[in-house]
Design a protein around this ligand. Sequence first.
Ligand code: NAP
Length: 367
Amino acid sequence: MTTSFSGTATGRVGDRAARKPHLAVVGATGAVGSVLLGILSERADIWGEIRLVASARSAGRKLTVRGEEVEVLALSEEVFDGIDVAMFDVPDEVSAQWAPIAAAKGAVVVDNSAAFRLDPDVPLVVPEVNAHAARVRPRGIVANPNCTTLSMIVALGALHAEYGLSELIVSSYQAVSGAGKDGVDTLRSQLAAVSGTELGTTPGDVRRAMGDTLGPFPAPVALNVVPWAGSLREDGWSSEELKVRDESRKILGLPGLRVTATCVRVPVITTHSLTVHARFENEVTVAGAHEILASAPGVVVCDDPEAGEFPTPADVVGTDPTWVGRVRRSLDDPRALELFVCGDNLRKGAALNTAQIAEVVAGEMTA
Ligand SMILES: NC(=O)c1ccc[n+]([C@@H]2O[C@H](COP(=O)([O-])OP(=O)(O)OC[C@H]3O[C@@H](n4cnc5c(N)ncnc54)[C@H](OP(=O)(O)O)[C@@H]3O)[C@@H](O)[C@H]2O)c1
């Protein structure tokens, strides 16, 4: 069955409690949007109509959600008629322009872009850590953190609640899907080009073979690691590194938290990994950290180095939790832990967290 926009949903506050809220997914055709449609199909079906929206390029395409084919609509003011919650999975500038329009039409926007994350009037929410923040949204917008921060923050929030976080030193190993469909297409075509060759044995041979097929990356990502994600900011920092700092501070409610991040792209399709040096106000133990993490919602401990057990992106991809392994107390600091963390950047790192925030908001509407 194919459904399309009927334009008949009314969706004002008065009648919300009597029916399921209507949802719009803006950016339904993208890397995050595609995973979101799968997640909406798997989770409890709390939504009335689900309306799918993308650019005019995709209008008329049919995508499947909840087992039904739904026609994609081109973004316009009218697509928000009767919508209660609008998820935005589009580039920053599209969100910056259109999220306020959707909010003005009465929808609560859950935005995945960086456009509003640091706006003091927009809460930045990870339901396991600060679900309460989603209730106060002066602009009608709730922001979803960036995928790198999200891939570690559930585990760190749990440890912070017990030990009191004072400093984070983070290195990321980021998957190419963090750069969208273009990132995935680039790695796949580069892998095809290097397969069966002797490339990777002399200086610059991979770069020369790739020519101008670098996609969204500043260097070849196949057979390589690239110490760069995002755009250039002051003093050599990348935008991605500043996001990890600013967003971790906001989510945890720790404006003075010391955070240093180095963000690196690796030839993995999906699932970000991070090494984390986390320093706390109080002394820590590995057994205590294991206990806290094992009982934290949304976290799985996978930490038996003797048995060769630790999380890797190839095993974690497609799963919902934050996976934590290699838990060690720092040799020179009894207040610090060393961790290796993996999280699917398209699920908890983007689409799943968006769906969870939207469920919190929908819960208010139907309460
Ligand atoms: N990938 C990740 O790991 C990740 C994680 C967290 C947050 N995010 C953020 O989520 C957002 C989406 O990322 P993505 O990786 O899914 O990107 P993507 O794969 O490039 O998809 C972009 C989506 O935006 C739509 N779009 C682009 N321009 C538009 C316009 N002018 N009007 C309407 N729709 C438009 C595209 O529609 P068409 O197909 O019609 O062009 C597509 O659905 C970005 O803000 C990104 O920073 C991504």
